[in-house]
Design a protein. Structure first.
Length: 419
């Protein structure tokens, strides 16, 4: 063995080989005084500390004493726009003064302000800024995250964003799941000819992205004034035909029938859902789609939150994510998202932890290797400063993470910073 973790209040969040729903989300599979053994970045054994000690103590391996702190799977953040340059604090102030997110976007700001910055940058510059942001994700316990294109809005710049993600992944430190979202806004050049831009997405961008394995998912911002339900269907369909898996920004600001597509197409997750209708709920359940909820966005936009209770009680599995982006939700912190999920969306803390780990892994189709501390999975885990996950929403606003490990390697240690 390379490593054993002992004396842990261990929550394995054990995988049941499908996304968890309803009561399944409550059981975090607690092992009191638990431990596990890791080799080559993979979990080889899980059990009680004394068993793990007995089996592996004589092997020359590193021993991590968790000192009865809570140990959880590393957080999986299944929806971010973490590749960006520049910030939009002026628009944040405009929103506080009463302008809406869509008014700012329609006046050429919002997503389109970030597009201007991205178009001026090189792949290397984007990769460097992403590498810096990764340190923050690790600091707050995230060991894997999804990241989207969508600030290029033309062939060259959408591809550039995805190449930056690939460059960072190839460097080996982080694991970022790439999503192509050329349909994130309508570029100014095509303001009056959206159809032409959609043709470019379908005929040029999607085939190139798929052929060069630059993304695993395709996503569309399905929203009034952005992409209609019909347009979304066409774009996602084209992505699926090219071998990409589908996601959707759905029912965020207005319900225009987006999540209802979950019944028509194979959509891994519908995200946001602040305004989801009963029809949308039915379609998602029939289509086995995961509801990825982004309470940071509702919080920062001062909107009412997605009806998480109703969604869970309806039997739809939920995941939670930061939506990390410079406009509607500027945070890298999954503990903050868990806090909002619990205190503002009425999730139970266990449901929120399940949503931030195993169900989040399903939302990016990575549950075979991520999201729980089961034998055979990647040794991605966090050790909290406290004895229980309850401290995440309870002692809110401060970082609960003591150490973060990715594939058995320490990537953050609070005791070596000023925390
Ligand atoms: O998920 N809604 C569209 N996209 C992002 C916001 C991106 C931005 O404002 O830069 C979201 O909220
Ligand atoms: Fe988003």
């Amino acid at each position: 063995m390379d490593l054993i973790v002992v004396n842990a209040n261990l929550y394995t969040v054990s995988d049941i080989k499908r996304p968890k729903t309803k009561d399944e989300m409550i059981d975090l599979h607690f092992i009191e005084n638990g431990g596990f053994a890791v080799k080559n970045g993979v979990i080889k054994d899980v059990g009680k500390t004394d068993e793990i000690m007995k089996k592996y103590f004589n092997e020359a391996c590193e021993i991590i004493d968790a000192k009865n702190r809570a140990v959880l799977p590393g957080f999986v953040d299944p929806h971010t726009h973490a590749v960006f340059l520049g910030t939009r604090q002026n628009e944040f102030k405009m929103r506080l003064e009463g302008k809406t997110y869509m008014e700012i976007l329609n006046a050429g700001g919002g997503i389109l302000s970030t597009v201007k910055k991205i178009r001026q940058a090189s792949v290397d510059e984007l990769a460097l800024s992403l590498l810096e942001r990764i340190e923050l994700f690790f600091e707050w316990g995230t060991t894997t995250f999804e990241a989207k294109s969508g600030y290029g809005l033309d062939f060259e710049n959408e591809i550039k964003m995805l190449k930056a993600i690939k460059q960072v992944n190839d460097a080996g430190k982080a694991q970022i799941i790439p999503t192509f979202i050329g349909a994130h806004a309508v570029p100014v050049e095509f303001k009056n000819s959206k159809e032409k831009y959609i043709d470019i997405i379908i005929n040029e961008m999607i085939p190139y992205v798929a052929e060069n394995s630059l993304a695993e998912f395709i996503d569309v911002f399905c929203e009034e004034g952005v992409y209609t339900q019909k347009e979304t269907q066409r774009i996602l369909q084209a992505g699926i035909e090219n071998g990409l898996k589908a996601k959707m920004h759905a029912d965020e600001i207005k319900a225009i029938g987006c999540s209802e597509l979950a019944d028509v197409l194979d959509i891994t997750s519908c995200d946001h859902l602040l305004k989801i209708t009963d029809k949308g709920l039915e379609a998602m359940k029939n289509g086995n789609s995961i509801a990825t909820l982004l309470p940071g966005t509702a919080f920062s936009l001062k909107e009412s939150f997605a009806p998480a209770r109703k969604i869970i009680d309806f039997g739809i599995p939920t995941a939670v994510a930061t939506d990390c982006n410079p406009g509607s939700s500027y945070t890298e912190s999954m503990p903050m998202i868990i806090t909002l999920a619990v205190l503002m969306m009425d999730m139970m803390p266990e449901e929120a932890v399940t949503s931030a780990t195993i169900n989040a892994a399903y939302a990016i189709d990575k549950a075979q290797t991520l999201g729980s501390l089961d034998v055979g999975k990647q040794a991605d885990f966090v050790i909290l400063k406290d004895e229980s996950y309850l401290f995440i929403p309870y002692h809110y606003g401060v970082n609960p993470i003591w150490q973060t490990y990715k594939k058995g390697k320490k990537v953050f240690d609070a005791s070596s910073t000023d925390n």
